[in-house]
Design a protein around this ligand. Structure first.
Ligand SMILES: Cc1cc2nc3c(=O)[nH]c(=O)nc-3n(C[C@H](O)[C@H](O)[C@H](O)COP(=O)(O)OP(=O)(O)OC[C@H]3O[C@@H](n4cnc5c(N)ncnc54)[C@H](O)[C@@H]3O)c2cc1C
Ligand SMILES: Cc1cc2nc3c(=O)[nH]c(=O)nc-3n(C[C@H](O)[C@H](O)[C@H](O)COP(=O)(O)O)c2cc1C
Length: 452
């Protein structure tokens, strides 16, 4: 028989062993998690993008493909989903970011930009490069890309090479970026990026929607596929090649013009709403002038571009759609998608000048109201009364209801003018919801803008 003392020590040893086993089983997955994370951080290069209308995201994916072709594992992530702490244990990162508004960061990066005001965690180990997308016709060329580059340097990160600034998709700048990728991966023979090919479309019909308007003429345009039919989602953009316009045949490629797509693929045609633009000297805008005058039946080279920032919410949540002018184009595609998905909690707030001339797509709006796809509709015609009334006034008049919808989980989508409408709507939403909540909606993807 065992003595009491030996019995106690045997029991204690068994207990210790059991506790040890439990600890080992508990800790193993955590050790594995940490080491996997470390391995990922060491072996996989981060490509972080910030995109307002989809181009930076497209280039981030192209960059990842090039790196993969060179045998380098890369993962693509939205800057808005990154924490600054994430950067402190990543050895290498490429940042592909556009600038929007007047030198601003894309909306999707707002939570990261917030963290850029604190300096608490220098990234001495981080090596990085920036591809900054912009357009020289704006005062603050590549503003956000340059801001991010400066900030990273001040945080102690070291640049792999100078930031590459891209003016309006300039192919030479993009070739330079690819060259740098080749040098970085020791693979100067990396295949060149192919510019996405334009598809062939036929200009099937054109109808002016605002006869007698105080504004410039706006046309509903239908393009039918004349070859491959690309797929697209509501919120996506059409890039039109103005190169084959009847009055301009330059030697070098012209930058494309972008238009919000106003229909779904199931409609059998791609719809646009285009306003004829005139330059300061009175001449017609290249893209809009061509598409609003070209003979019906001619071929149009154009390609769809994914704009995931403006896709309809995947989850079943209410939607507040706010827009003015040609901004109704993007909202129309969204409402068509909501209708197809049976999502009925939609509130449209749309503004134009006069109901008699500028009530774009009124037949569609009436149909959606009748079919209970639109739970609420507020149209603000600014010149139909003595006092100007715009979409931001509708929001302020309905502040309580806006708060209710947001409490019920609504997302807010804004499409149309960057000048005038978008900042005024932003200010109204800030007054109604408070700055903090609006910022939180932005980082949750519940406040999205496609403004130009
Ligand atoms: C994401 C996005 C979505 C859009 N969606 C729509 C839409 O749904 N519907 C719509 O109508 N538009 C839309 N636009 C605007 C559209 O892309 C074009 O900017 C617009 O049609 C004008 O292009 P254009 O080629 O006709 O004019 P351009 O020839 O490019 O001229 C446009 C303006 O640029 C200036 N400009 C350019 N070149 C010169 C020059 N040589 N001399 C003097 N001034 C010059 C002038 O201010 C002129 O008014 C969208 C833009 C973006 C970014
Ligand atoms: C409404 C709007 C505002 C813009 N503001 C700027 C700007 O201030 N500075 C700049 O360099 N480019 C500006 N651009 C150009 C964009 O940065 C450029 O088109 C870029 O390729 C867009 O990339 P994205 O689709 O990833 O957002 C602006 C473009 C739009 C449509």
């Amino acid at each position: 028989m065992l003595s009491d003392a030996r019995l106690y020590s045997a029991c204690a040893a068994a207990l210790l062993y059991a506790v040890g086993c439990v600890y080992f089983l508990w800790a193993a997955p955590r050790r594995q998690g940490a080491s996997t994370r470390q391995a990922n951080a060491n072996s996989s290069l981060l490509i972080a993008y910030a995109s307002q209308t989809g181009y930076a995201e497209q280039l981030a994916r192209q960059t990842a493909q090039s790196l993969q072709a060179a045998g380098v594992l890369a993962h693509v992530q939205s800057l808005g989903h990154l924490d600054r702490a994430d950067l402190s244990h990543i050895p290498q990162a490429l940042f592909i970011v556009s600038t929007t508004g007047e030198g601003d960061a894309p909306d999707t990066a707002s939570s990261f930009v917030h963290q850029m005001s604190s300096n608490e965690q220098p990234f001495a180990g981080l090596k990085y490069a920036v591809l900054a997308l912009g357009d020289r016709s704006y005062a603050n060329f590549c503003g956000f890309g340059r801001q991010l580059d400066n900030w990273l340097r001040h945080q102690g990160a070291s640049a792999l090479f100078d930031a590459v600034q891209v003016d309006n998709g300039d192919p030479a700048a993009l070739r330079h970026w690819q060259h740098q990728l080749g040098t970085l991966t020791n693979r100067p023979d990396l295949p060149d990026w192919e510019a996405p090919r334009y598809d062939r479309w036929r200009l099937a019909s054109r109808t002016q929607l605002n006869h007698g308007s105080a504004g410039d003429p706006c046309f509903h345009i239908e393009l039918e596929p004349a070859g491959h039919v690309p797929s697209w989602t509501a919120g996506d953009i059409l890039e039109v090649d103005p190169h084959n316009s009847t009055w301009e045949h330059p030697e070098t490629p012209l930058p494309h013009r972008e238009y919000s797509i106003a229909s779904l693929r199931e409609d059998g045609a791609l719809h646009l709403l285009i306003r004829e633009m005139r330059r300061e000297d009175g001449s017609l805008g290249l893209g809009s002038g061509w598409l609003t005058r070209a003979p019906i039946g001619i071929e149009v080279a154009a390609r769809t571009r994914i704009n995931s920032n403006f896709h309809p919410p995947a989850e079943d949540r209410p939607l507040i759609l706010i827009g003015n002018g040609t901004g109704i184009a993007g909202l129309r595609a969204l409402l068509k998608a909501r209708s197809a998905a049976g999502r009925r909690r939609n509130w449209l707030i749309f503004g134009e000048r006069n109901r008699a001339h500028d009530a774009f797509y009124s037949k569609d709006i009436e149909d959606w109201q009748r079919q209970h796809i639109l739970e609420r509709t507020d149209l603000a015609f600014s010149r139909d009364q003595d006092q100007k009334r715009y979409v931001q006034h509708v929001l302020l008049e309905n502040a309580e209801r806006v708060r209710e919808w947001v409490e019920q989980g609504a997302a807010i989508y804004v499409c149309g003018s960057l000048k005038g409408m978008a900042p005024a709507v932003h200010e109204a939403l800030e007054r109604i919801l408070g700055r903090e909540l609006l910022e939180s909606l932005t980082s949750q993807g519940r406040y999205r803008r496609d403004v130009y």
